[in-house]
Design a protein around this ligand. Structure first.
Ligand code: IPE
Ligand code: MG
Length: 240
């Protein structure tokens, strides 16, 4: 969800106002995602590298996170949204962890859509933690090294239990992954938009789903002979 700072700066506002506007953009997009049948919407909200921002901005982002979780919790339950925290616990303020835990618990039985909130998330840190976890189990004798396969690695990641994303949308012009879901995005379709996150609307998501549906995905194979360019994609966007 990139571009909050630029959105604010272009209006002569403090960056934190951009983060507030960005937070407001989430709910309609989440509702639209559920309507069009997306099973999992993952939002890259705060990276392990974002701690390097000025303390005041980091504090404002953490406070905003607490505020929104408290404010939105009942609404998430009512709309059937299951929250899943993605990222490392270590480093997050207790208050943020408490509200995340409470929201995960309150929404545990919801099954209309999963909102995966990547907070204090970095793919390299995640892979290091997964390697340590698997190595510890192997050392303890509860895991045979030659049984480690892709599924084992996937289940040692923060996104354990979630399908890999089908589509990545990055807003605000930059064309890079910024340490996001490096393992999980291996076969994702990538879409880079110039729109700043606070200006992102359901219509952008609908357009992205249409663009996704027109792409040919072969996962390293070849297209079935019955499909040619222009035919609808047999796979639909499930996870973004
Ligand atoms: C993304 O917006 C929000 C977070 C990282 C929390 P930015 O704050 O990176 O916005 P720009 O890139 O400065 O415009
Ligand atoms: Mg940015």
């Amino acid at each position: 969800m990139d571009g909050n700072g630029r959105w604010a700066q272009s209006r002569g506002l403090p960056r934190v106002d951009g983060h507030r506007a960005g937070a407001l953009a989430i709910r309609p997009v989440l509702e639209c995602a559920a309507e069009i049948g997306i099973q999992v919407l993952t939002l890259y909200s705060f990276s392990s590298e974002n701690w390097s921002r000025p303390v005041a901005e980091v504090d404002a982002l953490m406070a905003l996170c607490v505020e929104k979780l408290v404010e939105e919790r009942d609404g998430l339950v009512r709309s059937g949204v299951r929250l899943k925290r993605v990222g490392l616990r270590d480093g997050l303020p207790t208050r943020v962890l408490d509200e995340l835990d409470a929201t995960e618990q309150a929404t545990a039985a919801c099954n209309r859509i999963t909102l995966a909130l990547a907070l204090n998330y970095g793919a390299r840190a995640e892979l290091v933690a997964a390697a340590r976890h698997l190595a510890t189990r192997a050392t303890e004798g509860s895991l045979a090294v030659d049984t480690i396969d892709e599924a084992q690695v996937s289940s040692a990641l923060c996104t354990s239990g979630l399908p890999d994303p089908d589509l990545l949308i990055r807003t605000a012009g930059q064309q890079r992954l910024s340490n996001f879901l490096l393992w999980q995005l291996s076969y994702a379709e990538l879409l880079f938009l110039d729109v700043l996150w606070p200006d992102f609307r359901p219509t952008h998501l609908r357009d992205a789903a249409t663009e996704f549906a027109a792409r040919k995905r072969t996962f390293g194979g070849v297209l079935p002979p019955t499909l040619s360019k222009g035919d609808p994609n047999p796979l639909s966007a499930r996870t973004v």
